[in-house]
Design a protein around this ligand. Structure first.
Ligand code: SF4
Length: 349
């Protein structure tokens, strides 16, 4: 989801100081079969996320526009927060489709009209091991809320073979019960908290219940990962980092978001992002410009005012499409052709 090149960050002098800028053998055949049976028996009517489409996704897609896992990018990513990307890079796996559809989405190439390569949960498990073998610091699952049940199956298969952390990167428009399926499978949660005001959330993504859903989701993530743990190289290995993108003209709502975080957990790591840039003309006029530096600095100061002290910030000059991931289906196909079949050989996909 995000993208800023490391040199654009003022790297924090210590993990506890915000003053910086980002400146921040496999499974037995029996187990595979068990997982497949559970997968096939899942309900046909989808109410996995707060959209509650009640759609039979095999017949007609819901808001997320997908009926299963579709991979749109599998690649090392160097532009996440320093404790995620570091020098080894983060092993991102991008999922096509989205259940939120923010009108300002910067990954709209894959969220608006899902394009990519469909895979089974078992094949995704293959991919996760392949990603680990590339030497990255972690596996970074990007925007999987609409397929979180299938991702949980993949993690159940792959997790015993993973020695690097699993990062779950989400809009937070998720149900608590869906997240509970990930308990013990995800090491680091990277949730957005995008809006506080229901009217703003309705205008931005047609989800007036966003704040309630997202804050309940973040509380569940914190329950699962109550402590933030970093290794000797500065990588986060367990915990929660809340991301918030400051939008042009919506600084007051950003402050309400920070109010909630501070009241919930003053020690929470917050990634305060300034990277918004317009990707197309929007009828919400404010979205047709970049963030002013003074808007961002104002919100950043408020972060300290409410007692928050852990996190990362960005330089406003980083708001450019130069750091957007490239979504190329042929590249995904080529990558998948190199992924050994370890779990998916029973059901080739
Ligand atoms: S996961 Fe997709 S189909 Fe299911 S409720 Fe959410 S948006 Fe609707």
């Amino acid at each position: 989801m995000t993208g800023l090149v490391h040199f654009l960050f003022d790297v924090e002098p210590s993990r506890s100081a915000f003053a910086s800028v980002w400146a921040l053998e496999f499974l037995s055949v029996a187990l595979v079969k068990t997982v497949q049976i559970r997968y096939n028996n899942r309900t046909m009517k989808c109410n996995l996320c707060p959209r509650n489409c009640n759609a039979d996704r095999t017949e007609k897609s819901g808001v997320c526009q997908t009926d299963g896992i579709v991979l749109s990018r599998v690649a090392r990513h160097d532009w996440e927060e320093p404790c995620i990307s570091g020098s080894r890079g983060s092993g991102t796996v991008f999922f096509a489709g989205c259940n939120l559809h923010c009108r300002f989405c910067q990954n709209y190439a894959i969220s608006a009209s899902p394009s990519g390569v469909p895979v089974s949960a078992e094949r995704l498990a293959d991919v996760l091991l392949y990603v680990q073998d590339t030497g990255v610091a972690n596996i970074n699952l990007v925007t999987a809320a609409h397929v979180s049940d299938k991702v949980a199956l993949a993690l159940e298969i792959a997790k015993p073979h993973l020695s690097i952390p699993v990062v779950y990167n989400t809009s937070s428009y998720e149900k608590v019960e869906a997240l509970q399926r990930l308990d013990g499978l995800v090491d680091v949660y990277l949730p957005d908290l995008k809006f506080c005001d229901g009217d703003i959330a309705a205008r931005m993504c047609g989800a007036p219940d966003y704040f309630e859903a997202a804050t309940n989701a973040i509380a569940e993530m914190r329950r699962q990962q109550p402590q933030d743990v970093f290794d000797d190289d500065g990588y986060i290995t367990r915990g929660v980092i809340v991301r918030h993108l400051v939008l042009p003209s919506f600084a007051e709502d950003s402050k309400r978001v920070l109010d909630w975080i501070a009241a919930f957990d003053k020690d929470m790591y917050v990634s305060l992002m300034s990277q918004y840039f317009p990707t197309r003309q929007d009828k919400i006029v404010a979205l047709n410009r970049r963030l002013f530096r003074h808007e961002y600095e104002n919100v950043k100061q408020y972060f300290f005012n409410v007692g928050l002290h852990n996190g990362y910030s960005q330089d406003v000059s980083s708001a450019t499409q130069d750091y957007l991931p490239d979504f190329d289906i042929e590249l995904v196909r080529k990558t998948l052709s190199q992924v050994p079949r370890r779990f998916s050989n029973l059901s080739r996909q």
